[in-house]
Design a binder for this molecule. Sequence first.
Ligand code: NAI
Ligand code: 13P
Length: 355
Amino acid sequence: MPNLKVSVIGSGNWGSAIAKIVAENAAENSDIFESDVRMWVFEELVAGQKLTDIINSQHENVKYLPGIKLPSNVVAVPDLLAAVQDADLLVFNVPHQFLPRICSTLKGNVPSTVRAVSCIKGVEVNGDGITIIANYISNELGIYCGALSGANLAPEVAEEKYSETTIAYKVPDPTDVIDAKIIRTLFHRSYFHVNVVDDVAGVSLCGALKNIVALASGFVDGMEWGDNAKAAIIRRGLLEMTKFGREFFPESNASTFTEESCGVADVITSCSGGRNHKLGAALIKTRRPIFELEAELLKGQKAQGVTTAQEVYEFLDRRGKSREFPLFTAVHGIIFEGLDSYALPRILEEIEQKL
Ligand SMILES: NC(=O)C1=CN([C@@H]2O[C@H](COP(=O)(O)OP(=O)(O)OC[C@H]3O[C@@H](n4cnc5c(N)ncnc54)[C@H](O)[C@@H]3O)[C@@H](O)[C@H]2O)C=CC1
Ligand SMILES: O=C(CO)COP(=O)(O)O
């Protein structure tokens, strides 16, 4: 059997939790994987010490996943090209705004036989064009890329509390050694249950769009509007996510949104906890600039919903479609145009009436 080398690109909250899972499975499946899993770290100093040195000596990412021991076969590497050299499988796990720079460094340095899985929740918008992250990686690097997304708050997964996830992976070449079974072996744990599907567009969109819904749910909690309002946001959010998939990514399956962990389950978990929800609530309570709040509350971590709300609104607006997505449009308005969140029901009604 092969000795597949796996590298994780990214070492934030989720990047580190996924590196832990992958390294546990690599060590337990030495007939398939090389034990060491390289993890690319955006180098920074923490209390005067390099973060890579701390991770490699203390086996803990003290800044982004504190209190969790990483397996000793997670090897932190500060140089991106060294981190991916000779890798067979790349696991992308960075906040999506940093991806273009990473891809431009990797471009031309990754053979086309390499395979990838993206754990990133976001989209790439260029004017009236939109690309799911897995396809962006494929296009930039000339390699196949699948997608992993689910109801997976990283701190809970890292503490090995039970959760499920969805991986979309469609073997691109029948002669590939890396197939759906190998992908599942790399990610599945007794506490992290993997379902492999082939809907890369649906899985990717769910992960990106639910972050906008999570912000709206944070607004509801910031206003202390209770559980009925939260349920209304979840219902509307899921409908808009599904409609977005149907209209702009006809290759996606509606059932992915309603049946998989990456769909309804991630909407529910992200509307109760997580960083986007936290930031949405804080925005309503303080009315301070959103990026200032993000820096202060999340201490270097990122809430992807803010940039995604902006990107998705820009895309919809250019296509003349923003009114067909009242919740997404209202979230953008509340964050970036000073709309009053307390007028949310009226705003939603008005947008709908103008359809
Ligand atoms: N944290 C979570 O619970 C989950 C996150 N996700 C998704 O995973 C992806 C990665 O998120 P996290 O690992 O949580 O990251 P994070 O939000 O903890 O982000 C911080 C990471 O960004 C890096 N960084 C900062 N500046 C950078 C730069 N200029 N270039 C490159 N990297 C830089 C930091 O070194 C750190 O590794 C996101 O798309 C997120 O939506 C998905 C599921 C769960
Ligand atoms: O994607 C997540 C849970 O599945 C994490 O959500 P946040 O980025 O809002 O913390």
